[in-house]
Design a protein around this ligand. Sequence first.
Ligand SMILES: [Zn+2]
Length: 571
Amino acid sequence: MTERSNRREFLSRATLGVAAVIAPGALRGAADVFGALTPEPDLVVFNAKVFTMDPARPRAEAFAVKDGRLIAVGTTADIRSLARKGTQSYDAKQMTVVPGFIDTHNHAGGTTLLYEVLVGNPFEVEFVTIASIIDKLRAKAHATPAGTWVDGYFFDDTKLKDKRPLNVHDLDQVSTDHPVVVHHRGGHTSFYNSKAFELAHVTKDTPNPPGGTFDRDEAGELTGRVTDRARNVFNGVGQRASFTAEQRAQRERDGLAHISKQFVRYGLTSVHHEGGDLSALQDVRSRGDLHHRVSYEPSERVLDAMIASGMKTELGDEWIKLGATSEHTVDGSFSERTMALSTPYAGTQYKGNITETQDDLNAWVEKVHRAGIQVNCHANGDVAIDMYLTAIERAQRLLPRADMRPKITHCTLINDDLVRRIKAVGAVPAMFTTYAYYNSDKFVFYGEELMKRCMAFRTLLDAGVPVAAGSDFSPGPFAPLMGIQGMVTRTGWDGKTWGANQRISVDEAVRVNTLNGAYASHEEKLKGSISEGKLADFVVLAEDPHTVAAEKIKDVQIVRTVVGGIVMYQA
Ligand SMILES: [Zn+2]
């Protein structure tokens, strides 16, 4: 609607919005007749700077909500005129309103946040000391029987005040009676103490297995760092803290409820969950503690059950819906420098880790594609993206299916040929967003020439590829505004800028974090913009990210997060 359209047209449009909710299409064409029946909105939001992300009407001042849906979007005067006695009013006082943010790749590890030893800061850039890590783990070891694992989480190797790597000797100071492991937040490397190596029968002479490494120093001694698949030798070794089924379920529920609160605190209204306990998710929802919407991405066990029982992507409702598969891993990590590159890492012979053969990958993609489920693989390096595209192209040749939107989780390092193929198969990359700000200290390992082709938002948007935001929490912080700042500036916390050619505008970055996220889960008709008929998911920001200094975007306060017309967070 334009600002000039008259009131009669406006009312008819408002009614159309409702009609679309009640019975899609049923009242269409009869809107003028039913104009007088425009229902009493539950809520009107007015006097706002609304960035709708709806190409038909990019800006608005106000909107009305009924039964969790947007029924009208327009000017303050138009929308206020819809209010009746029972309508709640919210004067946004010229604050900015955007659609609720959507994170399309998140491990949503609430139990870790709630119950485990955190040796780094999950949400912000913060430097810690190796001594603090040792202290925290030692305290845990004192409360843990000998022989049982002591775990530390959210380690980040470039956020150490010590300016040297964490090593096996540091972790031997925690305990010589317990196996000790520190998990890098990136999820592809871990650091072990001597007891852990001893229990796993790994010595300095143990060869590296396919898809992983036991790192050694110049003298050939184990450093403690173990990458990707080499970590499998520690499975089944030592004792693990044990819980009853009921204790486990309770931890899962409380973890999900905890992280759901964190999501809405940062403005996220929809999150794609990598696996997790589906039963706990439903329990948390029914007890009223699910504040955000979930696209549930099944890991192998649930996926196999889905295939066996004929369940496809999109089964579910507006709160919990089956999405793509969880990421099927093809290569290593961007942040931990194990992703598969076509050229060696600077100053080494090492080209990263491929964790899957092409044949196995082809078979897996074909199996999922045949079942009518949206495929999703983790592919960071150009070599891995090429392998994944090869598998998709093969599956689509064997069984053409329209609009499958294969998801490429991370899709970090591209080249022109990959971009062409991504576009051709209709893939949706779910790319790192907060990394540009949070992980700028790691880009020196790749160098500017590669960084010009990493997290290539500009190139992919220009090619017409609907890239979405995928924080990859725990590896990356999930704050959407930190992500938007990084996408706009390409400048990190340390003031260094990498790959400035990939900068995008604030508007584009908001779209990546909203409408494109909805597209990634086939929900663009349901959410992702402030449009009549869509879910009333939106965020009120204290300042406008379009006009605030670009390096301050991440600090803009989230004033209110609303999901389905319900206030889920209020500052
Ligand atoms: Zn991931």
